[in-house]
Design a protein around this ligand. Structure first.
Ligand SMILES: Cc1cc2nc3c(=O)[nH]c(=O)nc-3n(C[C@H](O)[C@H](O)[C@H](O)COP(=O)(O)OP(=O)(O)OC[C@H]3O[C@@H](n4cnc5c(N)ncnc54)[C@H](O)[C@@H]3O)c2cc1C
Ligand code: SF4
Ligand code: SF4
Ligand code: SF4
Length: 403
């Protein structure tokens, strides 16, 4: 029977609660809104299925992976389509094909007041809600069972999500039904808890005394692909407003799920048929390809099925073959480094709430501005020393003043 003693050991994929024949497991939120399994011992028969299905470990299923992924830089040929997507539009091309052939697509959309939740789409209009990165852990409740039903009915299913979600789903579905399931994972830096996002929106609504009507976690239209600002529209304001608050909190890694700090999938043996991400460093292999700052996908084909699938749809994208050594980025090597105060922050959150906690840890307000200014000043001094005395001098100064 699943028993999470250390929260680092559970990524919240819901495979255990989905597999339990007694419906003895419910997913319960912690203080940041991360869901963890809770077993009703009066219902449990100790069958062991929940322990067996859990794939958040180094032994996740790698049986379908080819020796090394085939990598591409890829951009949708249709520019308006690419602009609707976070990166180069790879997800749109893959999901268009599945939908065009009578299949169904699962991805992260919204429910209620911008609660991020996985949903099912059978049309491109429904699927479009999944486009764009939502920097918060999506709720998978009920989704794995729904996918199993679709597969049993013989439908082709494309599931897109974080690697821990694809690994959990793969384990839950099992080999017999895997044939018609297309797993697409994203390169994943980590996910903040649902309450942090909910409470940030409430904080903005309180400050502006207006209801939020649209959100864009990372506004590529206004700021370009490489920059990270969120854009929010309020009822009664003609133009949307952009902020760096949530982006800053996200990039600090301070509100990530604890499992993100020990993630088992930050490597090239991906728990999916195809991996999609941002092709950071595209300029190193082609100075023109992503130079307009409108987006460029990194596509990794991880299985024979993934290879064939991308071959079929790739004519809709401009692509360049890439060598693996040129595609590597932080989360393909190692997990995100969570700050030392991560646990303290969680403890404070339940007592102090969003605004006071974020201010306390310098993630909002005046303390944040001071930290940013200090960092900018350091960067400026470093640049001056480097330009005047060279790179070695920077290292010497670093050692002396320990920065
Ligand atoms: C939390 C998070 C962290 C990321 N970290 C990195 C990173 O470190 N490096 C990197 O290269 N790329 C990262 N990405 C992936 C990248 O930002 C793009 O999502 C990806 O390249 C797909 O772009 P696209 O243009 O093909 O898809 P789009 O058309 O923009 O579609 C978005 C896709 O992402 C999925 N998705 C969106 N939000 C979530 C979510 N919360 N949980 C699960 N799935 C979601 C949707 O289901 C859909 O498949 C991250 C994405 C998220 C959501
Ligand atoms: S051991 Fe079996 S019955 Fe008990 S919680 Fe796990 S899956 Fe359910
Ligand atoms: S990682 Fe998934 S399967 Fe494992 S305990 Fe957590 S929710 Fe359950
Ligand atoms: S970093 Fe790893 S554990 Fe965290 S959401 Fe991403 S895939 Fe899951």
């Amino acid at each position: 029977m699943i028993d999470i003693k250390d929260k680092h050991d559970c990524c919240g994929c819901t495979a255990c609660s989905s597999v339990c024949p007694q419906k003895a497991i419910t997913m319960k939120p912690d203080d940041l809104g991360f869901l963890y399994p809770k077993v009703d011992k009066t219902k449990c028969t100790n069958c062991g299925l929940c322990d067996k299905v859990c794939a958040f470990n180094d032994n996740y299923d790698k049986s379908l992976n080819i020796s090394e992924p085939i990598a591409y830089a890829a951009r949708h040929k249709n520019m308006p389509e690419m602009m609707k997507s976070r990166s180069g539009g790879a997800f749109a091309v893959l999901s268009d094909y599945i939908l065009g052939n009578g299949g169904v697509v699962y991805g992260a959309g919204y429910e209620g007041h911008f609660v991020v939740k996985h949903k099912r789409a059978t049309t491109k209009e429904e699927r479009d809600e999944f486009r764009g990165s939502k920097y918060v852990q999506s709720d998978l409740s009920g989704i794995f069972q729904q996918i199993k039903e679709d597969l049993k009915e013989g439908l082709n299913v494309l599931f897109s999500g974080t690697p821990c979600q694809t690994a959990g789903l793969n384990s839950f579905i099992g080999k017999a039904l895997r044939q018609n399931l297309y797993l697409v994972d994203i390169i994943c830096h980590g996910v903040p808890g649902a309450y942090v996002w909910r409470d940030y929106l409430a904080y903005l609504e309180k400050n502006y005394k207006k209801e939020i009507i649209t959100v864009n976690f990372r506004d590529k239209e206004r700021f370009g692909w490489k920059t990270h600002f969120e854009t929010i529209s309020f009822k009664g304001f003609d133009t949307p407003k952009s902020f760096d608050n949530y982006a800053y909190i996200f990039n600090s890694c301070a509100t990530y799920r604890l499992s993100c700090g020990i993630c088992h999938y930050t490597n090239l043996v991906r728990p999916s048929d195809i991996t999609i991400g941002d092709f950071w460093g595209i300029e190193r292999i082609d100075s023109e390809f992503g130079a307009d700052n409108k987006g460029c996908s990194l596509v990794l084909c991880n299985t024979e099925k993934g290879k064939k699938f991308f071959e079929i749809v790739k004519h809709q994208m401009n692509t360049i073959n890439a060598q693996l050594k040129n595609v590597m980025q932080h989360n393909l090597y190692k997990p995100a480094l969570l700050p030392k105060y991560r646990i303290d922050l969680e403890n404070d959150y339940s007592k102090l709430g969003f605004e006071k906690t974020m201010k306390k840890y310098g993630l909002l307000g005046i303390k944040k501005s001071i930290i940013i200014e200090k960092k900018q000043a350091k960067r400026f001094v470093k640049k001056v020393i480097k330009n005047v005395f060279g790179e070695k001098a920077v290292e010497k100064v670093k050692k002396i003043i320990k920065v």
